[in-house]
Ligand binder design. Structure first.
Ligand code: HEC
Ligand code: HEC
Ligand code: HEC
Ligand code: HEC
Ligand code: HEC
Length: 193
């Protein structure tokens, strides 16, 4: 009996400890410059430290250059969130089919695209940019686009890319450098949560 009571107390203490640390984590985002750069696994930490990134593998080789040179599309025709909010957004396959019901229907990538559309699925596009969640960085396109900062400043010349590549390294000094020059905020909480 004594042993059982002791274990109940012990479990209570452990649960209490866990509760406290969970609360610490909950209040962290409000506490301003205090955030944890911890990584989920050692491999993540090592990969991050060494700057490794797996090459994205796209389900369909979407040629940006062709759509600029032959379809004359503006970036925001497809990435219509860029001027409006935090995310630029990857267009739905429905947008592609506006043209590809008729255009290049004899090509294999377009047949694959059409089969995604017909089965009601989005092609599983892989991310090219983006930080590890552990970096706790936030970004918002709209204020930058409003200030007429070109897409090329942060993404390179995508009009010349076949498949989108990570052309610009979104390091902290890249961001802070321009913020200092353009008198935008360099408070930690502007970019971190
Ligand atoms: C016809 C639609 C279309 C147009 C126009 C277009 N894109 Fe894209 N974009 C896509 C699709 C689809 C993807 C996802 C496939 C990929 O990453 O290769 C993508 C991916 C990207 C990515 C990688 C995002 C990430 O992190 O995964 C960037 C950056 C990008 N586009 C920038 C641009 C810029 C800049 C322009 C204008 C020069 C542009 N795009 C024009 C459809 C378009
Ligand atoms: C405004 C019209 C338009 C839209 C919207 C559009 N495309 Fe295209 N696409 C074209 C044109 C024009 C070509 C060049 C066709 C040619 O080579 O004859 C092309 C070519 C392509 C090719 C190369 C085909 C090949 O192998 O030669 C792929 C792949 C492609 N588009 C995928 C997409 C995807 C994915 C989307 C949606 C994110 C999309 N397109 C949206 C007009 C469009
Ligand atoms: C000031 C730098 C900056 C500018 C200017 C900028 N981007 Fe981005 N973009 C980023 C960053 C940083 C990310 C990654 C954000 C993340 O992972 O949360 C990103 C991600 C993206 C993505 C993929 C994820 C998403 O947001 O949907 C696309 C597509 C994209 N940008 C397109 C564009 C286009 C098109 C323009 C021009 C209209 C543009 N960007 C201008 C910095 C920029
Ligand atoms: C070429 C210059 C430039 C670069 C590069 C740049 N920024 Fe900015 N950023 C600005 C300017 C200017 C503003 C202020 C916009 C305003 O308030 O009108 C801003 C504002 C912001 C805001 C505040 C948005 C809001 O909600 O008010 C965030 C967050 C931000 N930037 C994050 C980043 C991050 C993260 C990066 C790096 C990936 C970055 N910026 C790169 C110029 C830049
Ligand atoms: C204008 C945007 C911006 C501001 C302001 C900013 N940072 Fe960052 N910070 C970033 C970006 C983007 C990264 C991610 C770099 C990467 O992953 O390569 C980063 C990464 C970091 C990291 C490394 C975390 C990790 O492991 O990836 C630390 C620590 C950090 N910032 C601390 C700060 C502190 C402290 C401040 C305030 C003095 C601050 N930052 C202000 C954009 C910013």
């Amino acid at each position: 009996m004594g042993g059982l009571a002791a274990s109940v107390v012990l479990i209570g203490v452990l649960a209490g400890v866990r509760l406290i640390s969970a609360q610490d984590r909950l209040v962290e985002p409000q506490s301003g410059s205090v955030f944890s750069p911890a990584h989920a696994t050692f491999r993540d930490a090592l990969a991050h430290f060494l700057g490794w990134r797996r090459e994205p593998v796209q389900p369909i080789p979407f040629p940006h250059r062709t759509h600029f040179e032959e379809a004359f599309l503006e970036c925001t025709y497809c990435h219509d969130g860029a001027a409006r909010g935090p995310v630029a957004r990857i267009p739905s396959v429905v947008v592609c089919m506006d043209c590809h019901f008729d255009v290049a229907t004899d090509r294999e990538p377009i047949q694959l695209l059409t089969s995604f559309y017909e089965s009601g699925q989005e092609p599983p596009w892989e991310r090219v940019y983006g930080w590890l969640p552990e970096a706790h960085v936030r970004f918002n396109h709209a204020p930058h686009v409003r200030r007429e900062i070109e897409c090329t400043v942060c993404h390179g010349d995508v009009t010349q890319m076949i498949v989108a590549e990570p052309a610009v390294d979104h390091t902290m000094s890249f961001c802070v450098g321009c913020h200092e020059q353009s008198q935008a905020s360099i408070d930690c909480v502007t970019c971190h949560y």
